[in-house]
Structure formats: C-alpha cells, structure tokens
Design a protein around this ligand. Structure first.
Ligand code: BV8
Length: 281
C-alpha cells in the first residue's frame, strides 16, 4: 500500500544518508555484537529465533559460579560453540567491515563477540572486549596462559575425537542439559588446576587495555556504526553512548529495535549481511 511504499522510500533514504555520512567520516568505530555473526550460523545470545539455547540460559552458564559448580558442563558447552564457530564462515557483514577498514585505515573495530569471524574476514586488529573462544587459560591467573596443549594450538581438538561432544543442535534434542554435553576441561600442565575458556564471564572485569582503547576510540570518533547488539550488557553498552555524548553520529543496524535507538541518528532495520555491504559500497 501507500504507507508501505513511503516506508520503503524512507528506508532507502536512510540508507543513502548513512552511506554518505560514512563516506565523509574521518574516524569511524564499528561496534559489533553477536547479531553480525547470526547470518554465519553462530547463534546470538538473547534472541531465540533458532531455539538453540532453548534448554538453558546462556547468561547462567557464562559465569565463574557455573564453571565452579559444573566445569564439565560449562567446558562442554564452550567446546561445542568453538566447533560451531570453526565450521562457520564470515558473512557479507564481516567482509564489509573489513572493506571499510581497507578504505579508511583509521577505522577501529570493537567487538563483544568471542568468535574470530572479523579476523577471518580480514579485519586487522579487532578489539575483543569479551575475550575469545580460542584462547583458553588457566583458572589460577593470566600469568601462565599457555601451559597446556590446546592453548598453544586452540584448534587441536579434532571434532571426531569427541563424536558425542559436538552434536549439531538439530540432532541434539534429547542430549544433556547443555548443548555439547559434558567434557572435562584439561588441566594446566604447569600447576594442575583447571583450564577455563578465555572469555569474560558475567561478574568479571573486562580486559583493561581493550576497554580503555575502545572507550578512547568511541570518545574521539566522528561516526560509530553499531551492528547486531541488544545493547544491554555493560560496560560494553556504554561505548555507543560515549560516542554519542562526544558528538559522534551513531548509526545502528539491527532488524529489531534496541535501547540504543534513541541515541542513534539513523536506525537501519535490516540484517548485517544485507545492510552493511550497501553502506560501504
Ligand atoms: C562487569 C562472553 C564488573 C562469554 C559475554 C544490572 C544492571 C546493569 C548491569 C549489571 C546488572 N547486573 C550485573 C550487571 C553487569 C553485567 C551486565 O551487564 N549484565 C546485564 C546483562 C544485566 N556485566 C558484567 O558482568 C560484565 N562485567 O560488569 O564487571 C567488575 C569490575 C571489576 C571487578 C570485577 C567485576 C561482564 C559482561 C561480559 C559477559 N560476557 N560474553 C560468552 O560468550 O560465553 S556477554 C554476551 O552478551 C555475548 O557474548 C555478547 O558478548 C554480549 C552482548 O550480547 P549481544 O552481542 O548484544 O547479543 P544479543 O543476543 O544480546 O543480541 C543480539 C542482537 O543482534 C539483537 O539485538 C538482535 O536483534 C540482533 N540481530 C539478530 N540477527 C541479526 C541481528 N543484527 C544484525 N543482523 C542480524 N542478522
């Protein structure tokens, strides 16, 4: 109808406007969440379109308390996620971010994601606020992170070695409480304590250097592109807000409304893989 047509025109206008602002910006920050990897088949944290997290709440497994209470369950879940990410490929959204970086070398990519799809798309040094699935470390501290084989070769555990450990969710309907089943974490070869995922769990501080660099980039950019995040996990969710307060134009790409809508100059209601390539050109 007429209203639909007008909405389409508005959307095209917004997209053109966003592309122009992006082309003019000198310092750009791209701030991403799990939504940018959704079209690569990596499940997001909070929207449950796929039903992948139907049997438990990821926010309850991603804690030091959960690991302490049931290390095998939590390690098994991370092994399953790690295997999934290894099988995934960067999508057009990740590739567009890398293309933007190539065009405007001052661009800073800040991600909340623990996957490596930005790197594999060609982004040179994305700032990982929440760590990585591929950097497990000893529970004791960060001082001896590499004292076990998988830390040196994070992809060394072959999927075939644990056939029951990396089921596809589709085939997993009747399995244990967490996707992936239980796998005992390795022991640190140096001190014998457990090896844990190298991610930032709820209640843990973010890596200081990464956080400082991200806030600094946000406070000094002239445009911040926020892609595929629900904007509810702190302190990361402050980053687009810091940029807006510092006078940057904030442009959001997300199929759904988020709490960040009101600080954004333009809200593009589309998916990352569909919308980002058009913006970057
Ligand atoms: C800390 C790593 C202090 C692990 C993750 C009450 C109020 C306010 C704050 C708090 C509170 N209670 C507790 C807190 C603090 C807490 C917090 O923020 N909680 C919130 C949730 C209430 N924060 C912390 O605990 C942080 N630490 O505060 O430390 C401290 C200081 C000193 C000393 C000690 C302690 C640590 C937080 C880190 C959590 N770690 N991940 C792992 O992955 O296993 S969080 C997890 O959420 C994700 O991994 C991701 O990193 C993060 C953000 O999620 P999103 O990426 O936004 O994903 P989400 O699913 O939410 O949204 C997806 C979006 O994509 C949606 O909007 C959807 O519409 C969109 N989308 C879908 N498809 C597409 C798409 N968009 C584009 N294209 C598509 N195709």
């Amino acid at each position: 109808g007429e209203a639909g047509g007008r909405a389409d025109e508005d959307e095209q206008g917004d997209e053109r406007g966003a592309a122009e602002l992006l082309a003019q910006a000198r310092r750009v920050v791209v701030f991403t969440g799990s939504g940018i990897s959704a079209e690569s088949g990596v499940p997001t944290f909070r929207d449950d379109l796929s039903g992948l997290w139907a049997r438990f709440d990821p926010q309850r497994l991603a804690t030091p308390e959960a690991f302490h209470a049931d290390p095998d369950l939590v390690w098994g879940w991370y092994e399953w996620r790690r295997a999934r990410v290894r099988r995934a490929q960067p999508n057009a959204g990740h590739l567009a971010v890398a293309a933007l970086e190539a065009r405007a070398p001052g661009t800073v990519v800040v991600t909340q994601n623990v996957d490596d799809l930005h790197e594999r798309a060609g982004s040179s040094a994305p700032i990982h606020l929440h760590g990585s699935l591929f950097a497990p470390r000893c529970v004791s501290d960060a001082a001896h992170p590499a004292a076990f084989p998988e830390a040196v070769h994070p992809t060394a555990i072959p999927d075939a070695a644990h056939p029951a450990a990396f089921p596809d969710a589709e085939e997993d309907a009747g399995a244990g409480p967490g996707e992936g089943g239980r796998i005992p974490p390795p022991r640190c070869e140096r001190c014998g304590r457990l090896v844990r995922p190298g991610v930032v769990w709820f209640g843990e501080p973010l890596p200081e250097a990464a956080l400082t660099a991200a806030f600094e980039a946000a406070a000094t950019c002239d445009l911040l592109l926020v892609v595929g995040t629900s904007g509810v996990v702190y302190p990361a969710a402050e980053i687009p807000r810091v940029a807006a307060r510092s006078g940057a134009v904030v442009i959001q790409i997300n199929p759904e409304p988020t709490p960040l809508d009101r600080i954004c100059a333009i809200n593009l209601r589309g998916t990352a893989a569909q919308t980002l390539p058009a913006l970057v050109g």
